[in-house]
Design a protein around this ligand. Sequence first.
Ligand code: AMP
Ligand code: GLY
Length: 428
Amino acid sequence: MGERVLVVGGGGREHALAWTLARSPRVDAVLVAPGNAGTADEEKCRNVDLAATDIDGIVALARDEEVAMVVVGPEDPLVAGLVDRLDEVGIRAFGPSAAAAQLEGSKSHCKDFLLRHAIPTGDAATFTDADEALAHLAELSAVPVIKASGLAAGKGVIVAETGDEAAAAIRDILVDRCFGDAGDEVLLEERLFGPEVSVLAFCDGTDFQVMPAAQDHKRLEVGDVGPNTGGMGAFHPSPNADDELLERIGKEVIAPTLQAMIDEGRPYRGVLYAGMMLTEAGPKVIEFNCRFGDPETQVVLPLLESDLLDVFDACIDGTLADLDIRWSPRSAVTVVIASAGYPVRSSDPTPIAGLGAAGADDRIVFHAGTRSIDDVPHTAGGRVLAVTAVRDTLAEAADAAHAGVSAIDFAGAQHRTDIARATAEVSL
Ligand code: AMP
Ligand code: GLY
């Protein structure tokens, strides 16, 4: 008999995780808590109506259903200690402990860690008092990036262009508390310049293996303009990250981080996601995330040829060095479709048409913010769907993914028509 696994979360990343695990011959059933309309329909998958942050509920579900492994998608339950709680009751879990997840949970903690261990990053100063922060701002020769230290659903970073904007951001966070407790502390961080690249690695405490690099698109609109989002699309291979660069970042960032985490008594197991800026002075860390990326997961996991459950087992058991993780040499493109108002406000549930055609021709439609109402899929969140295509060339993958997106129809849908296209040299 095969195994039963539980995926925690309900976004596009978790649909991609559930889809990939369901393809494992070792897996009989994938529970997803809470999941979405896409995971509800996926073969071998079953949704359970529990919030990802309901730690007691998730532990009880894992125990009652006798799952072989829990895979935690989002950062909040990791930072809140879900993996530690599962460990305590003897349930295998993929993801870092709460102590290790602090690398994402607190930006001031992460910055101290990086500086303490001489891992390349920009300078920063941390403040809890607005007057002190403003006084420090006045002394700086260049306008810093302003960051709320805690988890702010990806919204706590303000890349200010002027000193006035930076001062306003400091007041918004520390005085007006626009990010609540996430803004108890504020970082004034040296602004770095250069192309960005995300490097994600499977880690088993001691060893790591870097995944194929995916290029994310954070801005809402074509041409990389408009507000920052969680990510509007991604593609592989990334023009910013060849094998040599990935090896360098592995050596200069991931390896010393794993060693430092061992030295500090909190070995890092799970996915370490290093957000890097390729500056003239070399690659520097902008931030660490303690989880898979979204939408990077939707573009990278369809390229995995090994069994994902074997990879997670190796991370938990500390045997990653013995595992040969195989990846397809093909190209992949993921284009996200968001609802009206994203990323500023949410919109009412809206029926979605065209899912069948979008998924034709070997495309994969990963759901994110969707929910079934009277058996009809409706929008239920900011990022609604992601269409992924895997092809022999990047240009073919881009064409296929964009064709899939064109088939989707719902009121107010937003997507970028240039994902992977500038690089693939395909005209719009
Ligand atoms: P984060 O939420 O930390 O991923 O930040 C969001 C975006 O802000 C990043 O993807 C960068 O584009 C930008 N950013 C964050 N920190 C810096 C920095 N120190 N210098 C320049 N840009 C930054
Ligand atoms: N795509 C950015 C993130 O997952 O944080």
